[in-house]
Design a protein around this ligand. Structure first.
Ligand code: NZQ
Ligand code: ZN
Length: 392
């Protein structure tokens, strides 16, 4: 296992009705004037926004609002949010919604206290300072409620990029599984696929002797495979929703990724799909993961055989590990298909003619990239083209 530091001080309030604590939690973490940030309206329709506002008022916290965050959140609204917070002297950002709303909130939080262009952070500068952020989560998916990351799309060139720093880890996150019951099945499934991807991206490591985190990851994927079909069948299965919601947090706050190298190839390749076609990130991952895994598995076929055996129950064929590994990848593909996810370019609405451009941006970004993608394996533009072609 590699050396590591791990600092994840988010305060979690989990369970039914916990959103009524929003006001007292903002107060506990020093907020006096809040920007409530939200998406396209699901939190208005469900009444959640009104309940959160009532809780803030009850605690004597002033607030202003900024809605309109789109899935795959855009830089334009971030600039608007930064200006608004400076003008109104906001000292706390409260995200009410999914990963997109949380990521937009984190970007605003970092941008308000930074003299330069917030996009600098999305070109590699580490975030060291930000306004405090709290979240009321409405979808189990991105894991942004416990992560030090934010992913934003710059409209100019539709570049989708991530930024990181412990300063943007939420101070608190309210996780009420009931709030996820209004999700359309497609979004529930896309969220579940993203959670599984966050686990696979960590499982694919070049670090030896990481049994503890291997076993944590395997356990979490097993739980996801057990619980997800239950909520697809019955959206009101509270206990399954609760298990998925906590798995989503555990999958991405890095508690099962410490001390080991990680992959993130599937995410890098998928981000070009959601930037180009505005598809749900999890749906893009459903198409991307099997192609990436088949392409890279020979780098360490034993690792793919191990997850095939331990998670998907494929008998271990010691004399032909490749067969076991491939059966595991097929089991993953069958699973995402069974919950309603797309499994190829056509089902995603992606087009073959866009492959060269996406592969180029994936490897070179806006010109600052090295042309190589480093993860479980090292890939160049031709490899990425070949992977996209496998998705056809
Ligand atoms: O905008 P509203 O109206 O709220 O609707 C949203 C949106 O259309 C809807 N929704 C959310 N909760 C709902 C609901 N509809 C009904 N009932 C509810 N309870 O679902 C749609 C998707 O929401 P979004 O926030 O986009 O979903 P998700 O949490 O999957 O976030 C995706 C974004 O997170 C990024 C992705 O790339 C993508 O941009 N990621 C962020 C990460 C991070 N910060 O650590 C890591 C991830 O790997 C990921 O890249
Ligand atoms: Zn993801």
């Amino acid at each position: 296992m590699d050396n590591f530091t791990f600092y994840a001080p988010t305060y979690f309030a989990f369970g039914k009705g916990e959103e009524s604590k929003a006001g007292s939690l903002v107060k506990k973490f020093g907020g006096t004037k809040v920007l409530i940030h939200y998406g396209g309206g699901s939190v208005v329709k469900s009444g959640l926004l009104d309940r959160v506002k009532a809780s803030l008022t009850e605690s004597g916290i002033e607030f202003i609002e900024l809605g309109g965050v789109k899935p795959n959140p855009r830089s334009g609204l971030v600039y608007e949010g930064i200006e608004l917070c400076r003008r109104e002297k906001v000292d706390f950002i409260l995200a009410v919604g999914g990963g997109s709303t949380i990521d937009s909130s984190k970007a605003i939080a970092a941008g308000v206290v930074y003299d330069g262009d917030f996009w600098d952070y999305y070109e590699g500068k580490r975030i060291e300072e930000a306004l405090p952020v709290g979240t009321v989560l409405t979808i189990a998916a991105a894991g942004s409620e416990g992560s030090p990351d934010s992913v934003i799309t710059k409209e100019d060139g539709m570049l989708k990029r991530g930024a990181s720093g412990d300063a943007i880890r939420p101070k608190f996150s309210i996780l009420n599984p009931e709030l996820t019951e209004t999700l359309p099945p497609y979004q529930t499934a896309a969220g579940a696929t993203d959670i599984i991807a966050h686990l696979y991206e960590r499982y694919l490591t070049n670090t030896p002797n990481v049994q503890t985190t291997d076993r944590m990851i395997e356990g979490l994927i097993l739980a996801m495979v057990e619980e997800t079909p239950k909520v697809i069948k019955n959206p009101h299965d509270y206990d399954a929703r609760a298990n998925i919601m906590w798995a989503g947090m555990m999958a991405h706050n890095n508690s099962c990724g410490v001390g080991r190298s990680q992959d993130w190839t599937s995410h890098g390749i998928e981000h070009e799909l959601s930037a180009t076609y505005d598809c749900a990130h999890g749906a893009g991952l459903a198409v991307t993961m099997p192609a990436v895994f088949e392409y890279t598995m020979h780098h360490d076929v034993a690792r793919f055989a191990q997850i095939a055996n331990r998670v998907w129950g494929i008998p271990m064929n010691e004399s032909n590990l490749e067969e076991t590994a491939l059966a595991g990848i097929k089991a993953l593909k069958d699973f995402v298909k069974s919950i309603g996810m797309p499994v190829n370019f056509a089902e995603l609405g992606a087009k073959e003619e866009d492959i060269p451009q996406m592969a180029h941006t994936c490897c070179y970004g806006d010109g600052s990239g090295s042309g190589k993608r480093y993860g479980f394996t090292v890939l160049d533009e031709n490899d990425v083209i070949a992977i996209y072609k496998k998705m056809l």
